[in-house]
Design a protein around this ligand. Structure first.
Ligand code: FES
Length: 367
């Protein structure tokens, strides 16, 4: 039988001031709670991805992890009803001479309920087949009363052209997806921002998994279109890219590049100007997540600051052979770039920390 190993963790009257707190007993991280005049102790390390349980909250009888809200009973360490198999160690606690003592030899076993991995978590391997093109529309409009959109029209022209080149091609209209804003898990801890996205794993009704699936697993070409709104890309564009934190974060915390061999281009359209600033942001973001670009990676159209006659703008785009030819040429050169990437003609370069740590890990597929 294991001998008790009582560790003095502090004065009872001080520790009783907080309902839940993190403490360390020798080297064990513990979530110490005080409820109904009694102390109890469970492991401070969450079963999910190691969140600090002692920094969470005590809701009813359960300690709630501050990262993604898994719950463990404050005395037994068992998961909430239905998840009892997911248990963290619980420890014996006593108070003697005004001091709180935790027996670190009394830890109950940590057990894990099997959680099938999310389908997005599979290895990133390009499936054989023709070049695949995904168009992303970030334009916002009324669901039931669609209007003519210059950015959507040119995206649709590009996607139709990709099909004539033998590609598989599809459009995702972000406005048709139900998805949550990024809730800033990264701001709690880099490791709290997970791949697949924490929201995607927690909320089966969140539909951004379709964008992740296309970006990470399916597409070779990513073609993003946006209107210009107050001098910037659309709010839906930013809502999407904030949720892509989880992709960028894998580069910095796990040296894992999820976007491999992706050729990316942009189509930017506004009644008023600021094309270069919008293009700059989009290029910067997609470069940061590991995408590559063809020469001249965007097309754009704007009639300038004083052009308030939007009816004429939409008519102009509808009738402009030059703009529609430009959309076809954009997707064409992006497809050509994707072919080079997929064939390995352009080397795939894996960089430590997504290139932030300054040295190169590996260069594959040299010509
Ligand atoms: S819920 Fe605890 S780490 Fe995710």
């Amino acid at each position: 039988m294991t001998q008790p190993d009582w560790i003095d963790v502090g004065a009872a009257d001080e520790l009783a001031k907080r309902e839940l707190q993190p403490i360390v007993a020798r080297r064990a991280r513990i979530a110490l709670s005080f409820r109904g005049g009694e102390f109890s102790a469970i492991s401070g390390v969450c079963n999910h991805v190691g969140g600090p349980l002692g920094e969470g909250t005590l809701d009813s009888d359960y300690v709630t992890c501050p990262w993604h809200f898994w719950k463990f009973h404050h005395r037994t360490g068992l998961g909430e009803p239905g998840f009892e198999e997911d248990a963290v160690p619980a420890f014996a606690v006593k108070v003697e001479n005004g001091r709180v003592l935790v027996d670190i030899a009394s830890a109950t076993p940590r057990t894990r309920k099997p959680h099938p991995p999310h389908p997005l978590a599979r290895d990133v391997q390009r499936a054989p087949g023709p070049i695949r093109v995904v168009g992303i529309s970030t334009t916002v409009m009324h669901h039931d009363h669609p209007r003519y959109s210059t950015s959507d029209a040119l995206l649709e022209t590009a996607i139709a052209h990709a099909k004539t080149r033998g590609c598989e091609a599809d459009i995702i209209y972000l406005r048709k997806l139900n998805f949550r804003h990024c809730e800033g898990y990264y701001s709690k801890s880099a490791r709290a921002c997970t791949w697949p996205c924490s929201i995607t794993q927690m909320d089966p009704t969140d539909e951004l998994d379709r964008v992740y699936e296309a970006f990470v697993h399916w597409a070779d070409v990513i073609l993003v279109t946006t209107p210009i709104r107050w001098g910037a890309a659309s709010s839906l564009y930013f809502k999407m890219v904030e949720r892509m934190n989880c992709i960028q974060n894998q580069e910095t915390i796990a040296d894992r590049q999820l976007l491999k061999n992706k050729a990316t281009a942009f189509s930017i359209h506004g009644g008023q100007d600021n094309v270069q600033a919008v293009a700059g942001q989009m290029l910067g973001f997609f470069a940061e997540v590991g995408c590559q670009f063809p020469q001249f990676p965007y097309i754009a159209h704007s009639r300038g600051w004083s052009a308030e006659d939007m009816e004429n703008n939409t008519r102009y785009v509808e009738e402009s052979k030059e703009l529609h030819d430009g959309a076809r040429a954009l997707v064409e050169r992006t497809i050509d770039m994707a072919k080079l990437l997929v064939a390995g003609t352009i080397p795939e370069v894996a960089m430590v920390g997504g290139g932030r740590k300054g040295h190169q890990l590996d260069v594959k597929a040299q010509t």
